[in-house]
Design a binder for this molecule. Sequence first.
Ligand code: HEC
Length: 167
Amino acid sequence: MRDTKQTQVHHLAILFSALLISLAVACGANSTPPPPTNTPRPPTPTPEPRPSAAQLAVGKAVFIRVGCVQCHKITGISDNAVSAPSLDDAYHLVINALKSPEYKKSQGKAKTPREFIIESIMEPDAFTYPTCPQGPCVKGTMPNNYNVIIRPDELEPLVTFLLWQGR
Ligand code: HEC
C-alpha cells in the first residue's frame, strides 16, 4: 500500500515536471526577443530599381533629338563624337566629378548624381569638366539653352538614361 502511494506520488511528480517542461518550451517558442531600444540603425540605402529598356529608350531618344550626340560619345549611338567627355560611363563620371576638388571649387551646387546631371545640362557653366578626349575641356562649349530646347517631360528620361550608362 505504501509502495503504491509512493509510486503514485512519483508518477505525479513526473507528470508535473513534464507539464512544466512543455509549458516552458511553449513559452519559449512564442516569446519574441524584445525589440532593441535606442539602437541606432545604419541608414539602409534603397537601391534604385533599374529602369526598363523602354524607359531607357525614351531617354536615349531625347539624347539624340536635342543634339548631345554632336559632342558626346556613347558607344552605339554617337561613336564619332569626340569633342566632349565620353558618356559611356556617365554614372561613374558623375560620381567621381561630384567628389572632385575641381567640383568643390566650382559654382556647382549638386549633392546627388541626379542633381549633378540636371545641373550639367541646365547650367553648363556652373562646372567645367576638366578633361576632354583631345585635351583640356573649354568652358562655354556646351550649349546653354537646353532649358528651352528640352521639354519638361524630356528631362527626367534623359537624366535617367545617362545615370544608367556604365552600370
Ligand atoms: C557642342 C558640344 C556639346 C553638346 C551639344 C553637349 N555637350 Fe555636354 N559637354 C561638352 C563639353 C565640351 C563638356 C566639358 C566642358 C564642360 O563641362 O563644359 C561637356 C560636359 C558635359 C558633362 C560633364 C559634367 C559637366 O557638368 O561638365 C555632362 C554630364 C554633359 N556634358 C551632358 C550633356 C548632355 C546631356 C547634352 C545634351 C543635352 C550635352 N552635354 C550636349 C560639350 C557638349
